[in-house]
Ligand binder design. Structure first.
Ligand SMILES: *[C@@H]1O[C@H](CO)[C@@H](O)[C@H](O)[C@H]1NC(C)=O
Ligand SMILES: *[C@@H]1O[C@H](CO)[C@@H](O)[C@H](O)[C@H]1NC(C)=O
Ligand SMILES: *[C@@H]1O[C@H](CO)[C@@H](O)[C@H](O)[C@H]1NC(C)=O
Ligand SMILES: *[C@@H]1O[C@H](CO)[C@@H](O)[C@H](O)[C@H]1NC(C)=O
Ligand SMILES: *[C@@H]1O[C@H](CO)[C@@H](O)[C@H](O)[C@H]1NC(C)=O
Length: 831
């Protein structure tokens, strides 16, 4: 082979030679790029050469290239084009912050890509496109915040992904999926996943379910939140013993660094895989009882879980004709939810008559959502009632029909002697799409917790064996959506009556997802949206603005992103508090302080996820983070340095998470050091007077506490910064509601009532925002219809009492209407 190792300045000498020797084989640009060293055409070594870009004129013959320890900042689409023989590419320790799409497209034989210690921020869908042979991908110690869930899809040989030391806060469950079949079965070839030292708090339950070949997972150094969302994790870890790895290092206690929980506090620093499953709970927040004289109950709105699954188009349908030994036939028509998790998934390649066939085998669990017709509901219940604690296991028999659709007979599998299982000689005729749902053995089990009067939920389980034609699965249609969540995502909002709340729901996905919201009254709207009275406005980008809040706006606002095959939900809680506080509301302490003193209020709480703490101050601003002389610590403690006249009044601490809220109300009275110093006086002097007093007191405060005089009283900027609302609140309004006692105690003059007018104009027409009364009546009728059936049924059916209290059933019905709508839409699509 030609060994023309010459630098660019001499290229003019070399070139003719090179041309002579290899003109027919290689492009004219042969040679070792300056200032690199090459040992033969297969190896280019350019480490430590101060390169600012990938060298030009690389030979197609190169198999290994080291560009490590340079100053490359960008990888352009054509930088690596034509390097079809490259097997190993080292780009570590550069300053690469962006990789253009398809930059690696030609590297069909690349097996190792090392990009550690760069500044990459984002992995896009086409970043690694074309790397069909890639085995090892090192992306550790970059600034990666986002990985497109399709980024590794199609890299069907990928075995190792190292993402240690990045800024990841959220991952889509399909991130590590490298192939899929029939739009349902997701698989991953990945064996080693490194996610240490990121900012992950939680992982979706299906994160590793397609990764049947997983050998090592590293998760330490993340601030894990061990609440109900991670309940799946210890179960997974136990089932996949030895896969979760700790970092071995003598510097750490017990010689290793393992993933531990950061919160909730009772699990702090506990090793996540060793925590018992029941430690992973979600509970509403409680402010420490020792801080409270009594409990205040607040309207929180109902919490009925809504699952993203309800917004995903079903997989198919099943029709069942059932009979047992006592009863005549009944039929059930069900849609089949899309299964998201698979167990024991294996893929094998079998050669059959000269072509390769992929065989998939996996255990699937999914749910059937079945409409019940009222006439036969009693019979249906009689047949199915027995199968809610243990499943009905059926075995396939004869094919009853081949076309237009296949139909099989099934019969119940005989129980063995001494077996606990119930046996009622079930015979069934089953028709299903997709046909692979009709496996040799299937089981059905009634899910009592979600079954309602009008809809039965039946768990379907089977081990599915499936033939997938062709050697390489074609790129399946792909669909993903995800609502961004990071450490800036604010899901708990507190707003005072008349104020403004702004909820931000940032949706990503492909194809572009629809955005819908379920409002506290149960109504569902599609973005963009504006309520009739224009108090609630939702932009297409996902910003919901609530203006002129009133108590009925309290509750959950769910943002839903769906593109039919994938869906995500983010739940916001808005708590609207009244402007008025009275002494009777105080359930915390009543303290008397001197002007200029510091004030510290504890508001420790427990809750999972950990509660957000908001303080509503006497001037009716909502403090969510420290501002000026008011410090809000992580533990909920409020510290006011240098009390001024404005700081007297009621302090409300609201602890909130998605499950509920708790409230602590305290009162501060202020005394002069020397009584009568304050010029108190003239009735009705109003806000101006207050300002004057405030300012004179500031000066005093400064001398007492050495606070820079510029800090405290810019109330406008303070409010715009700390308040969930962007409107200024009338300060000290509550005084005009004071009953004699407290006014005397505060030694205060009366404040003008002028502000009241501002608020009276904010009373909105309630009726206009209620659920459509027509719709509501319809839903109520349905609910009542259901309850009649219940009361008519026999006593034994009492066990069947749906778990849903009637009060809850409203949202459930909304859910169902939704599911049906989606169903109809998707059926429409398929036609
Ligand atoms: C408040 O409610 C909690 C939970 O129900 C209870 O444990 C606590 O004793 C109550 N506190 C007071 C002061 O009533
Ligand atoms: C998966 O395989 C294991 C081991 O073979 C078995 O114990 C388990 O029951 C299987 N799971 C399912 C859902 O079939
Ligand atoms: C089937 O796959 C094997 C292994 O990957 C391969 O060697 C063989 O050539 C394939 N056969 C056909 C017909 O594609
Ligand atoms: C939030 O995350 C960013 C990285 O994405 C980080 O720089 C920042 O410090 C984090 N903020 C907090 C409060 O943790
Ligand atoms: C909360 O944190 C602050 C600052 O770290 C500390 O001064 C205060 O004592 C803490 N309060 C409680 C109740 O732990």
């Amino acid at each position: 082979m030609s060994r023309c190792v010459c630098g660019a300045p001499y290229l003019w000498i070399c070139l003719p030679v090179a041309l002579l020797l290899v003109a027919a084989v290689l492009p004219a640009s042969g040679g070792c790029p300056k200032p690199c060293a090459c040992s033969g055409p297969a190896e280019v070594r350019c480490a430590f050469k101060h390169l600012t870009a990938v060298p030009e004129h690389l030979q197609a013959a190169v198999e290994r290239m080291n560009l490590g320890y340079n100053s490359i900042t960008v990888l352009r689409e054509n930088d690596l084009s034509g390097l079809e023989n490259l097997e190993q590419l080292m780009l570590h320790s550069n300053a690469i912050h962006s990789i253009e799409d398809r930059a690696f497209q030609d590297l069909k034989l690349l097996q190792v890509l090392k990009m550690s210690h760069n500044k990459v921020k984002e992995i896009r869908k086409e970043t690694f496109k074309g790397l069909a042979s890639l085995l090892r991908l090192h992306l550790d110690h970059n600034n990666i915040e986002f990985i497109n869930p399709e980024a590794f899809y199609g890299l069907t040989n990928l075995q190792l992904v190292n993402l240690d030391g990045n800024h990841l806060q959220q991952l889509h469950p399909d991130t590590f999926i490298t192939m899929r079949h029939s739009q349902v079965f997701k698989l991953s070839s990945i064996r080693n996943i490194h996610l240490s030292d990121n900012l992950l708090t939680t992982l979706p339950a299906d994160m590793f379910s397609g990764c049947s070949q997983l050998e090592n997972v590293f998760l330490h150094g993340n601030p894990w939140t061990c609440d109900c969302r991670m309940k799946w994790f210890p179960v997974w870890a136990q089932r996949n013993t030895g896969v979760l790895k700790c970092k071995q290092d003598r510097r750490y206690p017990r010689g290793q660094l393992c993933p531990v929980c950061q919160s909730p506090s009772h699990s702090h620093n506990q090793q996540i895989d060793l925590l018992p499953s029941d430690a992973f709970t979600c509970v509403k927040p409680w402010i420490e009882p020792h801080l409270k004289q009594k409990n205040i109950s607040l309207d929180e709105g109902d919490f009925t879980p809504v699952s993203p699954k309800d917004f995903i188009a079903p997989l198919g349908s099943i029709e069942l004709n059932l009979a047992d030994q006592f009863h005549s036939d009944v039929s059930l028509s069900c849609t089949v939810q899309r299964p998201s998790a698979f167990e024991n998934l294996t893929q094998t390649l079998e050669e059959e008559e000269g072509h390769n066939v992929t065989m998939l085998s996996t255990a699937i669990t999914t749910y059937l959502v079945c409409n019940t017709d009222y006439e036969h509901i009693q019979q249906l219940w009689q047949i199915l009632a027995a199968y809610s604690d243990s499943p009905m296991r059926l075995e396939r028999g004869l094919m009853l029909a081949r076309s237009p659709e296949m139909m099989y007979s099934y019969s119940q599998i005989k129980t063995k002697e001494g077996d606990e299982e119930i046996h009622t000689n079930i015979e069934a005729e089953v028709k299903a799409t997709p046909a692979w749902l009709m496996q040799g053995e299937v089981s059905f089990q009634l899910d009592r917790t979600t079954t309602t009067y009008s809809t039965m939920h039946i768990k379907y389980q089977s081990v599915v064996n499936l033939r997938v034609e062709g050697t390489s699965p074609k790129r399946d249609r792909y669909s993903w959506t995800m609502i961004s969540r990071d450490n800036q995502t604010k899901t708990e909002h507190t707003v005072l009556v008349g104020g403004v709340a702004q909820l931000n729901c940032h949706v990503q996905g492909e194809p572009k997802p629809l955005m819908e919201w379920i409002l506290p009254d149960g109504s569902k709207v599609r973005a963009p949206f504006s309520s009739d009275d224009r108090r609630i406005i939702i932009t297409a980008e996902g910003k919901l603005t609530l203006r002129g809040a009133d108590a009925s706006d309290t509750g959950l606002y769910r943002c839903i992103a769906t593109n039919y095959l994938d869906a995500d939900i983010l739940v916001f809680r808005v708590t609207v508090l009244s402007l008025d506080v009275e002494e009777a509301d105080v359930n915390g302490v009543q303290v008397s302080k001197l002007l200029g003193e510091n004030l510290e209020f504890d508001c420790s709480s427990s809750g999972s996820p950990e509660a957000s703490i908001h303080w509503i101050l006497p001037d009716n601003s909502v403090l969510v983070e420290s501002y000026a002389y008011r410090k809000l610590y992580k533990n909920g403690t409020l510290l006011i340095q240098g009390l001024t006249a404005r700081d007297r009044g009621f302090y409300r601490c609201l602890a909130a998470n998605h499950l509920g809220v708790d409230l602590l109300v305290s009162q501060v009275t202020l005394n002069e050091e020397k009584p009568n110093v304050m010029i108190l006086d003239s009735e009705g002097s109003g806000m101006n007077m207050e300002d004057k007093v405030g300012r004179s007191l500031t000066e005093r405060t400064v001398t007492l506490n050495e606070i820079p005089s510029s800090s405290p009283f810019d109330s406008k900027s303070q409010e715009s910064k700390t308040v969930t609302s962007d409107r200024p609140y009338p300060r000290l309004r509550l005084q005009d509601r004071y009953r004699g006692g407290s006014r005397v105690r505060l030694g205060q003059r009366r404040i003008g009532t002028g502000n009241r007018r501002i608020w009276s104009s904010r009373v909105f027409d309630q009726a206009s925002r209620k659920v459509d009364p027509h719709k509501f009546a319809e839903l109520m009728k349905k609910a009542q219809g259901g309850s009649k059936i219940n009361s008519g049924a026999e006593k034994e059916r009492e066990t069947y009492k749906t778990q849903m209290a009637l009060s809850n059933s409203f949202l459930v019905m909304v859910k169902m209407v939704l599911v049906k709508t989606i169903l109809l839409q998707s059926q429409g699509k398929n036609l």
